[in-house]
Design a protein around this ligand. Structure first.
Ligand SMILES: Nc1ncnc2c1ncn2[C@@H]1O[C@H](COP(=O)(O)OP(=O)(O)OP(=O)(O)O)[C@@H](O)[C@H]1O
Ligand SMILES: [Mg+2]
Length: 326
């Protein structure tokens, strides 16, 4: 199985704006370590779920691996090519081969254009087909995402949120991408519509053999859609592996807490979690030792002082936790 994406020790740092006092007192410039040493590989046709709390670096990681933000260190290979040493033409090609679907279905479409024109424009811009084939291809794309072709004359405001999101998916598919990155692409939708869109992604992945990265807060939403789940905490992957294993037998105390925090389907109220109390610390002040130790219920003395092993191999999963250090 050939690797489509190979990421090695990727780091993305955002320098913080300095105040005048900081400047006068010559305080060192502070940086947000949004992605702080991430490595993983994704094989062609596989689906990766990237989960973790708000601010843990999911969006930044996905943008960095598509070459859309500057990185402080590390390497990204897309289909064997190092994307940071590519020329302009190759970078443009990558922009076509890797597509993103965003969270807000309305905001990501042009409100003034009919959705059919939006799709046609993408086909023309990237010269995906001959001009005379464009209308037929638009109809085909609409059908692929489960929209009747009559809707193609409508503007986004004349469609529901779920329908808009289907258009967003059609637009991403229009350029025949190899990789689709869906960033919280269902979280703005009603639960029943979420399930429909997730099924659409599942069908597309099975029928077209797309490679996908699925970003979500909620492990419960994505685990059955993905072969692999990566759990992020403060810019690092703390657990990665076969998704049913991560979901049913989580090793890292953070993954365990995330799973316990998933609202139960039939519970009266969502089960609150005493396991995951408090906000994650700021990525400006990442705690010493293991970054999760201040919130960890299984914290040990060495978690406060030493960084956990980067990746302990436990068969189908790898975990970065002192508990499994041999
Ligand atoms: N352009 C930027 N400039 C400065 N800091 C940024 C920038 N983009 C992101 N950050 C910071 O980097 C960290 C990671 O942000 P990111 O958006 O990647 O998280 P996320 O996991 O996608 O969160 P969410 O689930 O809320 O979308 C956050 O602390 C955020 O404030
Ligand atoms: Mg995000």
């Amino acid at each position: 199985m050939s690797q489509l994406l190979e990421i090695e020790n990727l780091q993305v740092h955002f320098p913080l704006q300095q105040g005048i006092v900081d400047f006068l007192t010559r305080k060192p410039r502070r940086v947000v370590k949004a992605v702080n040493g991430v490595s993983f590989q994704l094989a062609q046709g596989q689906t990766l779920g990237l989960v973790g709390e708000s601010g843990c670096g999911k969006t930044t990681l996905s943008r960095a691996m598509l070459g859309l933000v500057d990185v402080a260190a590390g390497r990204v290979r897309f289909d064997g090519d190092d994307i940071f040493s590519q020329n302009r033409a190759a970078r443009l090609a990558l922009r076509r081969r890797a597509q993103m679907v965003f969270q807000d279905p309305f905001a990501s479409l042009n409100p003034k254009m009919s959705v059919g024109s939006t799709l046609a424009e993408v086909l023309r811009f990237h010269r995906i087909c001959l001009p005379r084939q464009v209308p037929a291809r638009v109809a085909e794309l609409m059908e692929m995402v489960g929209l009747s072709r009559e809707l193609s004359v409508r503007k986004p405001s004349e469609l529901s949120g779920g329908q808009c999101q289907r258009v967003g998916v059609a637009r991403a598919l229009a350029v025949n991408p190899d990789l689709l990155v869906a960033d919280e692409s269902v979280s703005a939708l009603d639960v029943s519509i979420q399930a429909q869109i997730l099924n659409l992604f599942l069908n597309l992945q099975q029928e077209m053999g797309l490679t996908m990265v699925f970003i979500a807060h909620d492990l419960g939403v994505v685990w059955h859609l993905c072969q692999t789940i990566a759990v992020m905490y403060l810019g690092r992957i703390v657990e990665i592996g076969a998704s049913s294993e991560v979901f049913h037998n989580p090793r890292h105390p953070y993954t365990q807490a995330l799973i316990r925090a998933i609202p139960q389907m039939h519970a009266e109220a969502s089960v609150s979690t005493d396991l995951l109390s408090g906000e994650p610390p700021s990525p400006l002040d990442i705690p010493r030792g293991c970054a999760f130790h201040p919130r960890c219920v299984r914290v040990m003395a060495n978690c406060r002082s030493g960084a956990p092993p980067e990746s302990v191999d436990m068969g189908t999963v790898q975990v970065a936790c002192h508990l499994y250090d041999k």
